[in-house]
Design a protein around this ligand. Structure first.
Ligand SMILES: [Zn+2]
Ligand SMILES: [Zn+2]
Length: 153
């Protein structure tokens, strides 16, 4: 595993963050850690991990047919859990079609046989996607301008 920073935004190396759960065989200890690792798995298009952490009742069979997105940031707004149920509110930012979109969701998690799983989510109101100027700093935080980074011609 590389020493690069984890895409989920904790500021920790991937190997000491979501990598522990995605590649290290450890179980995410709580819904927030699971949410972060699933964001990172979306970032990686790691469908086996997404499936493994998805409640079988709600897993969408067509997940892998969706177009991959460029995920550029995760912000956890609130997370709580008790016994076998938990909830995480987050905003995930992605670039799609040269626009910045913010996905604001409250996700429900369930613990089954000691393993936290994502069950389902409720979308909250989102702003319209915003077109990113070609010469603006890229929203991914790379420090490059957009047209030299995530821009798609
Ligand atoms: Zn992480
Ligand atoms: Zn970028």
């Amino acid at each position: 595993m590389s020493e690069t920073l984890c895409p989920c935004g904790t500021g920790k190396p991937y190997a000491n963050c979501c990598g522990l759960y995605i590649e290290g065989g450890q179980l995410a200890p709580d819904p927030e850690a699971l949410m972060r690792s699933r964001y990172t798995a979306f970032f990686q298009c790691n469908y086996p991990y997404l499936k493994k952490t998805w409640h079988p009742e709600t897993y969408p069979e067509d997940l892998e047919q969706g177009e991959p997105s460029n995920w550029v940031g995760l912000e956890i707004i609130d997370a709580s859990w008790e016994d076998d149920e938990g909830e995480v509110e987050f905003k995930a930012r992605l670039i799609f079609d040269n626009r910045l979109e913010v996905l604001h969701e409250i996700s429900d998690f369930e613990k089954i046989d000691g393993v936290w799983l994502y069950h389902s989510g409720e979308f909250l109101h989102d702003d319209e996607p915003v077109k990113i100027a070609r010469n603006a700093p890229c929203p991914c935080g790379s420090g490059q301008i957009f047209k030299d980074c995530h821009y798609q011609a």
